[in-house]
Design a protein around this ligand. Structure first.
Ligand SMILES: Nc1ncnc2c1ncn2[C@@H]1O[C@H](COP(=O)(O)OS(=O)(=O)O)[C@@H](OP(=O)(O)O)[C@H]1O
Length: 348
């Protein structure tokens, strides 16, 4: 089957050409955010769909009706994609807006805005693996050869949507600056929301996140259970109670979302996504990169990561195994807004 991999280049970043145009990208740059908008900003494969589902459920107080009947791209459209203007202009009241754009492209549109912004980041090694598999099935992205070759493009930032490093550094530079920003990591969401998974986790998976003891696991599970959902819902001023919270947790679990045709992309025609090459809801794990990366690739990745992130004053959750974060606390999941993604400022 032929691939659709025409590209739209905008501000030196390439975007899939079948859904982006110069007009749609310019529309995003000059977008007028409303105070009631919630913006979900992510680099691809960092938990976008998951957060779209969480925000939809929170705003509907755990009622899954909308999540189960309206595709995610229609209820939380990507600002930069060509159909979004029509959808967003027709929406009254609260809007959920998704974007993969780097912060520098949206900074003037967000200037002075009271829109709420949720930024989700994920361990870039897991992002690279997820993105590689997505390239195999998404016919609007270039067909990848080996993982090794793909990793080179990922590290140099020549993949669609640009450099992971620029994206994360750009958005996190606004932590504490953006009027209404919530920063969270895929890892924290996973630890909190996928708590049901803990019972099935094998030691190998725990080690992937640097978890070494049963006791730590149990403590972590108790402390973090529901933590992310509560944090997000209170940030959105829709604190959930009782069944609202339980239902939301149930419907945004990996298994529930894997079965939901409104988010698992199974309804996308095979000319656009070749479902024989893989699943959008692929594994939904943290630390799975260990099953793909060779020792050599780990070395190269870590060198580039250290270089690229050397001026970033923040420590991210994936950089910090529990033992080295003080008190075995890992993500230190306190109620503190930015602590989970950003453990501490180097200047602390
Ligand atoms: N509920 C839930 N729990 C755990 N993990 C989840 C969940 N929903 C989506 N995912 C995983 O997120 C990855 C897809 O990322 P994105 O949604 O950002 O992709 S995209 O940018 O919109 O294409 C992709 O990760 P990988 O499985 O590692 O490929 C999805 O499986």
């Amino acid at each position: 089957m032929a691939r659709l991999d025409m590209t739209e280049t905008f501000h030196h970043i390439s975007f899939p050409g079948h859904i982006h145009t110069q007009d749609s990208l310019n529309y995003a740059l000059h977008f007028q955010f409303r105070d009631r908008d919630t913006v979900i900003a992510t680099y691809p494969k960092s938990g976008t769909t998951w957060m779209q589902e969480i925000v939809t459920l929170v705003k509907n107080r755990g009622d899954p009706q909308l999540s189960k009947t309206v595709p995610n791209w229609a209820r939380a459209p990507w600002l930069e994609q060509h159909y979004s203007a029509k959808v967003l202009e027709a929406t009254q009241g609260d809007r959920i807006i998704t974007t993969h754009l780097p912060y520098n492209l949206l900074s003037s549109a967000l200037q002075g805005s009271k829109a709420k912004v949720i930024y989700v980041a994920r361990n870039p090694k897991d992002v690279a693996v997820s993105y590689y598999h997505f390239h195999k099935m998404a016919k609007f992205l270039p067909e990848p050869n080996s993982f090794d070759e793909f990793l080179d493009s990922f590290l140099e930032g020549s993949v669609s949507y640009g450099s992971w490093f620029d994206h994360v550094k750009g958005w996190t530079s606004q932590a504490g600056v953006l009027a209404n920003g919530l920063y969270i990591s895929y890892e924290e969401m996973w630890l909190s929301l996928a708590a049901e998974n803990w019972k099935e986790r094998r030691p190998k998976d725990m080690l992937a996140f640097g978890m070494t003891s049963e006791i730590y696991l149990r403590e972590r599970m108790l402390r973090d259970l529901q933590g992310s959902m509560e944090r997000i819902s209170s940030f959105l001023h829709c604190p959930l109670v009782g069944d609202e919270l339980t239902n939301s947790l149930r419907h945004c679990s990996f298994s529930s979302m894997s079965d939901n045709a409104m988010v698992n992309y199974t309804q996308i025609p095979k000319e656009i996504m070749d479902h024989s090459k893989g699943k959008f809801m692929r594994k939904g794990k943290i630390g799975d990169w260990r099953n793909t990366f060779t020792e050599e690739q780990i070395g190269i990745f870590d060198t580039v990561y250290s270089y690229q992130m050397k001026d970033c004053p923040l420590t991210f959750m994936w950089e910090c195994p529990p033992e080295s974060c003080g008190g075995g606390g890992g993500g230190q999941a306190s109620g503190d807004q930015d602590r989970a993604l950003i453990l501490h400022d180097a200047g602390d």
